[in-house]
Ligand binder design. Structure first.
Ligand code: GCU
Length: 677
């Protein structure tokens, strides 16, 4: 029998801080009680209150209520938003639509779970981002590309699964405000092309209908070469009339069967995937062809910008993979239909532990943009190592793109004192750009493991991404604390230690892996564990260029010119080794090992020190965790403990391999005389 946990919706018994009386009854006005989202909200409410406070909850159909929750319709409240306020024993949850009701009820349940008194409360919430999505890289055979928590719960043996677990997935996603999900891998393998064929549409419809009950739109990854693969014309040229006719008929068929479908995600001309470049067309030509066809059905096209040359010669120092997304897309700014969104990875390379923010954000002025991050811990520890990623996403969202500044190409002011700030958060929320087709998505970290995410602590990313996408103003600490209280315990020590483990964990991981923004140095293909030269002589464009004198990639105006893709203030900042933020120093500069950082430390000494510190920090996390034994569920305690053993081993291996490598290259000893091999 397959078992799975309820994650942060476990609704374990909590102390009544005066909330019980407020939540014994619930009444719906202005909404149809039978509308699925409202019905699910009520069911969730009853389940949650029963679990947390005991007793039962009455659904009041008519008449006045002296105390209880009153859900009502208020048209003035923005879409998917809600207001919660208490007066005289009535806890009002007001919303204009089904998602608002669901999110409002989940908010109430969160407060009860965290033992926060609701008397006198008055909060209003609305989503910062129109689209808030999980992207799953699940394959139809049940495997997951970059999956670290077991097989898929969407697919098995080329079948689509819709069952109780699917509903629990929807509850988890909706509880954090997710409103769109791509269910299949961007690398649409042969079998997954079949998802748009008659054989599968029935099951896809079933899943889409279930998703819709939770305010979630289902999207599919699409193979641009589907006409060829599925027996249509022998071309995928977007200007070929036979090709467009094939797609028109195909999309009509898909939407007839699945009218709820949100649209399609496309990885084209990328890592061996076919695309418009194959036919001498632009990315916009490809995206627009599909966008025009899905428009009558309200569909949108999410078009990924992960387009680069993956057959580079490592001897070639002129080609720079970091430049690729910008170079391939900037010329098409303004060419896209308004139902196309360009989906841009947070950094110019590929989800490393530290990268600068993609210069496409903000540089694109007339094109809808969506931020893509990865909570599947591909390069960040495989959900064996703890790596709470919300602080990284906050940094990305807070980055000033200068998009709205008319003098973005001349200004040299330090970005921090700019009055016309327009951050990535502004850009991807659609605030700086027109039509609401914008947002954030995360490559998801779930699988069929009992606890959904392999390491229980990786649940904080699964939870936190959704919370942050809905409310980008939340701090990483607030989100961590919420998750700890909901998923682990309200116990003071659990909350304190949990935060001490999660909050610095990204920097800890960074310390024991690759230094100062250079990235990679991982075991090729697998991407867990060290291999300093693993990608150094490969075709993937991911080099550190270390020799006996120094390390780093010159991406300044004397090097590849990547730094000049940013608005001028950032370009100036990155271009100078003295001004470049140090955590990105080696991303932008090739420097001698003896180069002094602002701390006075040399680069080589920084490498040694940070690697020793990284391992010490893991040891400290383990010490903190051990103190929680008996204070949290035993299963969780054991799960995380077992992973910490592996994390420590991994961190040591990284430390010793990286330190030895640079000691051997440079011949410079550690000032502190520690053991280096
Ligand atoms: C990374 C990852 C691939 C994935 C790709 C993508 O390169 O290793 O497995 O296909 O990202 O984002 O499409």
């Amino acid at each position: 029998m397959e078992n799975w946990t309820q994650g942060w919706l476990v609704y374990r018994h909590v102390e009544d801080v005066g909330n019980a009386q407020l939540t014994r009854k619930i009444k719906i006005t202005g909404f149809d009680e039978e509308q699925p989202m409202v019905r699910n909200a009520v069911a969730e409410f009853r389940r949650g209150i029963r679990g947390m406070l005991g007793g039962s909850v009455t659904l009041v159909h008519a008449g006045a209520m002296r105390e209880g929750v009153l859900v009502s319709c208020r048209q003035e409240i923005p879409a998917e938003g809600y207001r919660i306020r208490e007066a005289d024993g009535i806890l009002q949850v007001e919303a204009a639509d089904g998602p608002g009701v669901l999110y409002g009820i989940f908010h109430v349940l969160r407060l009860v779970a965290m033992e926060k008194p609701m008397r006198g409360i008055d909060v209003t919430c609305r989503p910062d981002n129109p689209l808030r999505m999980y992207n799953h890289w699940d394959n139809m055979d049940g495997s997951i590309e970059r999956g670290y928590s077991g097989n898929s719960f969407f697919f098995e043996d080329n079948r689509v699964l819709v069952n109780r677990r699917t509903r629990d997935y929807c509850r988890l996603a909706a509880s954090v405000g997710i409103n769109g999900v791509v269910i299949n891998n961007v690398n649409v393998k042969e079998a997954a092309s079949w998802l748009i064929t008659e054989r599968y549409l029935g099951q896809v419809k079933k899943m889409a209908a279930l998703f819709a009950e939770y305010g979630i739109r289902l999207f599919l990854s699409l193979n641009f070469a589907a006409p060829i693969e599925l027996g249509g014309p022998d071309s995928a040229d977007p200007f070929d009339e036979d090709v467009t006719a094939w797609w028109r008929q195909k999309i009509a068929q898909v939407y007839e069967a699945v009218p709820e479908l949100g649209g399609f995600l496309v990885k084209a001309d990328s890592e061996g995937r076919p695309g418009p470049f194959t036919y001498g067309r632009t990315q916009a030509d490809g995206a627009n062809m599909l966008a025009d066809l899905v428009r009558p059905y309200g569909g949108i096209i999410l078009w990924r910008c992960f387009v680069y040359n993956c057959t580079q010669d490592w001897r070639d120092t002129k080609t720079d993979r970091a430049r690729a997304a910008y170079d391939n897309f900037i010329g098409t700014d303004g060419d896209y239909r308004d139902n196309v969104i360009l989906q841009i990875k947070n950094g110019p390379m590929d989800f490393q532990i530290r990268e600068p923010v993609s210069p496409l954000f903000g540089a694109l002025q007339k094109t809808n943009q969506m931020l893509e991050v990865q909570i599947a811990q591909e390069y960040t520890g495989h959900q064996i190592d703890v790596c709470y990623l919300i602080p990284m996403f906050k940094e990305v969202l807070d980055f000033n793109t200068c998009a709205a500044c008319p003098s973005r190409s001349e200004c040299t002011a330090p970005v921090t004192c700019c009055e016309k700030r327009s951050t990535v958060a502004d850009v991807v929320s659609g605030r700086t750009m027109h039509n609401g087709n914008a947002g954030i998505c995360a490559v998801c970290n779930t699988g069929r493991d009992e606890n959904w995410t392999g390491n229980d602590l990786a649940g904080a990313n699964f939870y936190g991404f959704g919370r942050l996408a809905y409310d980008t103003g939340l701090s990483a600490e607030t989100i961590a604390e919420e998750w700890i209280r909901l998923a682990l315990s309200n116990d003071r020590q659990v909350v304190e230690h949990g935060k001490k483990i999660l909050l610095p964990s990204r920097e800890t991981y960074e310390k024991y892996t690759s230094p100062l923004g250079i990235g990679w140095m991982v075991t090729p293909m697998e991407h867990y564990g060290p291999s300093v030269d693993g990608y150094e002589y490969s075709r993937w464009g991911t080099y550190h260029r270390a020799d006996w004198q120094g390390i780093g990639v010159d991406r300044t105006d004397r090097g590849t010119g990547y730094a000049q893709q940013y608005a001028n203030p950032m370009a100036c900042l990155y271009n100078g080794a003295e001004t470049c933020p140090e955590e990105l120093l080696l991303f932008f500069h090739h420097l001698p090992y003896q180069h002094r950082l602002r701390s006075g430390k040399t680069i080589i000494q920084h490498i040694y020190d940070s690697h020793f510190e990284g391992v010490e920090e893991v040891e400290e996390m383990i010490r903190l965790w051990k103190e929680l034994e008996g204070k949290i569920e035993e299963r969780i305690y054991q799960n995380v403990s077992e992973r910490f053993v592996r994390q420590l081993e991994n961190a040591r291996e990284w430390r010793d391999q990286v330190n030895s490598y640079f000691y051997r290259k440079s011949g410079i000893a550690d000032e502190k005389g520690r053991r280096i091999y």
